[in-house]
Write a protein that binds this ligand. Structure first.
Ligand SMILES: O=P(O)(O)OC[C@H]1O[C@](O)(CO)[C@@H](O)[C@@H]1O
Length: 241
């Protein structure tokens, strides 16, 4: 894993955006994996700014999101569909039918998991995946204890994850208890991974990732066995390194 540390969150977002834009220029039909949460919003702002200024085009690309809550309609402001439209898709020129997110309202959720996994494979896999990390080491919504060989699946969210994400909802009770997430093996299939880590609340997780063991109790540790991972971390996140 290559670690790039930056003085602040803005720099982290800019550097990651520059790298992604370079890759899009080299390969306009890049399959880009996307993440939600607070961490990538600065990166998405940079991509939007560049699109407006330099006209980088997303017309030939496909995007694939890591996860979606179960039971939240796409149009609900707390769905990851809504989040992605608001924070990125509406502001760039990607056709919406080339943006892909698991359907957390599908009638048959197991079938939806297999469909999504197969769909990504039919598109040739993900070239570059953006990841965040949970304080408990989750990647996507793969909570501690998720097998490293897991494929896209339904996950019961850890209480700590529901609490961390309650800030987006009216109350903790409104936070869904389950989500669909790409599995750990699905994430490991991505050809390249950018892991974004920002803020003091992630410093312990980053230190455990860099210095700890590879263990299913800390899902992000699997990334140590991937051939092409770059970590972008800001100063606060690197406090314990
Ligand atoms: O960037 P945040 O909001 O700290 O979230 C970290 C991680 O948690 C999730 O939002 C899931 O809780 C992931 O999608 C994200 O990568």
């Amino acid at each position: 894993m290559k670690l790039i540390s930056t003085s602040n969150y803005e720099k982290l977002s800019q550097l990651a955006a520059e790298e992604i834009i370079l890759q899009i220029k080299k390969n306009p039909s890049l399959n880009l994996g996307l993440a939600t949460g607070s961490t990538p919003t600065g990166l998405y702002k940079e991509l939007i700014r560049d699109h407006k200024q330099n006209k980088t085009s997303y017309k030939e690309m496909n995007t694939f999101n890591l996860d979606e809550y179960i039971g939240i309609p796409k149009k609900d402001r707390n769905s990851y569909h809504y989040f992605m439209c608001e924070n990125l898709f509406e502001h760039i020129d990607i056709p919406l039918d080339q943006t892909h997110i698991p359907d957390g309202t599908a009638k048959n959720l197991d079938e939806e998991c297999s469909r999504y996994e197969q769909f990504i494979n039919e598109h040739g896999g993900i070239d570059l995946q953006i990841l965040g990390i949970g304080q408990n080491g989750h990647i996507g919504f793969n909570e501690p204890g998720t097998p490293f060989d897991s494929r896209t699946h339904i996950i019961d969210l850890a209480e700590s994850t529901r609490k961390a994400n309650a800030r987006f909802f009216e109350s903790l009770e409104d936070v869904p208890k389950q989500a669909i997430t790409m599995g750990i093996a699905s994430i490991m299939d991505c050809k390249e991974i950018f892991l974004l880590v920002s803020g003091a609340s992630k410093a312990k997780a980053l230190a455990r990732l860099m210095n700890g063991e590879i263990n299913e109790q800390f899902p992000a540790s699997v990334l140590k066995t991937h051939q092409n991972v770059t970590i972008f971390a800001d100063k606060e996140a690197t406090a314990f390194l």
